[in-house]
Ligand binder design. Structure first.
Ligand SMILES: C[S@@+](CC[C@H](N)C(=O)[O-])C[C@H]1O[C@@H](n2cnc3c(N)ncnc32)[C@H](O)[C@@H]1O
Length: 411
């Protein structure tokens, strides 16, 4: 046998597969036919072995995705979406820190709420939450999960089924602009048709503002599951792998907890001047990556003004109203203005330790010293940290990355 050639038995043992499976893969052209020796016995090269390994990895990944999709399919929960900087996995750390340090608190403000998972975690029948974000797509999600405005569950079930059964037949804004790039052409066609239908229901007065928010949110979560991206809309993948059909799911809403919550869609530096929660939780963007750029497409669908889009990333031209000063060199001043104007017993800040580490775009905009200095003007500050695996688009891999909480007990 030539060097680095393997027998079929070796391959079967190595990968734990049956002879029948291996031959089926050859028959179905999933792997190449190996060479044979003078006896006609198959001889597997390193290239063949690599192909088999890749195929097994891909099959495992697809099976995991299908399993996750099955689980997600039953009911929709607030954390069933990808979002940069989501604190879903850090909730136990955030909760234990806050509960240990903050005496009785009846109201909790999540003022850079993103997905809303942090606010949602502190939302109980006895505690009021205040949630806010610059992005309208997030605001609609908060109306869905946290509002106490009336809505009809029967209507939502009926309309979601109807929307899932739409069979679009003509080009629309989404298929023209985002088909065969961010979404498969069929899914883009469906997204456009579903969004247009929701608009029609709203214009005809058949759904109220809450029901509209629930339907659009269900669509936005469904889009995330079929988007040909790695979780945000700064770019799409070159090859189109996301062919599974778009499917809207009914959100599981914890109605009992939703009493008198406040929901905003404004610049948080303006908002804090008008609210008085016991705890204010601050989780601003850390770096120069604007959320308006990463989630432009969701904003586009949420607002449904059908603006002209430009460039390879197909972003709407005017995003100035959703740009954050926390992603610019003005971040320290914005943070100081914010903290100075908070009316709370406790200020809790999440910020990671990336300052002066990683690549340029990932560099933190506010240094630890600045955060501490600014918070100390308001009261006694403690810092808590936890190890948290961090990576940026596979390029930087910093294992010593920590998520921190700065907790200030205000005077
Ligand atoms: C790090 S993310 C928050 C993630 C969130 N804690 C979660 O778990 O999903 C920061 C959020 O702040 C929002 N944002 C940025 N600047 C803002 C501002 N000036 N006012 C309100 N929201 C802002 C962004 O749109 C983004 O959703």
């Amino acid at each position: 046998m030539k060097a680095s050639m393997y027998t079929t038995k070796y391959i079967l043992d190595e990968f734990g597969i049956t002879r029948q499976t291996l031959y089926n893969w050859i028959k179905n052209n999933e792997i190449s036919q190996p060479e044979t020796d003078w006896r006609g016995w198959r001889q597997w090269s390193n290239k063949n072995v690599g192909e088999i390994k890749r195929l097994i990895d891909n099959k495992k990944e697809s099976a995991d995705k299908a399993k996750q999709a099955n689980e997600d399919e039953r009911e929709l929960y607030i954390n069933n979406r990808r979002y940069l900087g989501s604190k879903h996995k850090l909730l136990p750390f955030i909760e234990s820190t806050i509960n240990e340090e903050c005496k009785k608190y009846n109201s909790f403000a999540d003022i850079f709420a993103g997905t809303g998972v942090v606010g949602g975690h502190f939302n109980t029948p006895k505690r009021k939450i205040i949630v806010n974000d610059l992005l309208y797509s997030n605001y609609l999600a908060y109306l869905t999960w946290f509002s106490d405005m009336e809505y009809s569950k029967d209507k939502i079930n009926k309309y979601i089924e109807q929307l899932n059964n739409i069979k679009p037949y003509k080009e629309n804004y989404v298929s023209e602009n985002f088909g065969n790039s961010y979404f498969s052409y069929e899914n883009a066609l469906k997204i456009g048709a579903v969004r247009e239908e929701i608009k029609g229901l709203q214009d005809a007065g058949l759904i109220n503002a809450r029901e509209n928010a629930i339907l659009v949110t269900s669509l936005i979560y469904a889009m995330d599951k079929v988007a040909n991206t790695c979780g945000h809309y700064d770019a799409y993948r070159r090859s189109m792998d996301m062919l599974q059909p778009l499917r809207l799911i009914v959100p599981h809403i914890y109605d009992e907890a939703n009493k008198n919550n406040e929901i905003y869609n404004t610049d948080t530096n303006i908002l804090v001047r008008a609210i008085r929660p016991d705890v204010t939780y601050i989780d601003p963007p850390y770096n120069s990556r604007q959320y308006s750029d990463s989630y432009h497409l969701l904003e586009n669908i949420a607002t449904w003004n059908k603006p002209k889009v430009e460039g390879v990333a197909k972003k709407m031209l005017d995003r100035s109203h959703i740009k954050s000063s926390y992603c610019t060199s003005r971040a320290p001043q914005a943070f100081k203005d914010l903290v100075d104007n908070i009316n709370s017993k406790y200020i809790v800040v999440s910020y990671n330790n990336m300052a002066q580490k990683g690549n340029g775009r990932s560099n933190a905009k506010i240094s630890d010293e600045e955060i501490l200095e600014i918070l100390k003007l308001r009261g006694r500050v403690k810092v808590f940290d936890t190890d948290f695996k961090y990576f940026t688009a596979g390029k930087t891999n910093l294992t010593d990355h920590k998520e921190r909480i700065f907790l200030c007990k205000c005077r």
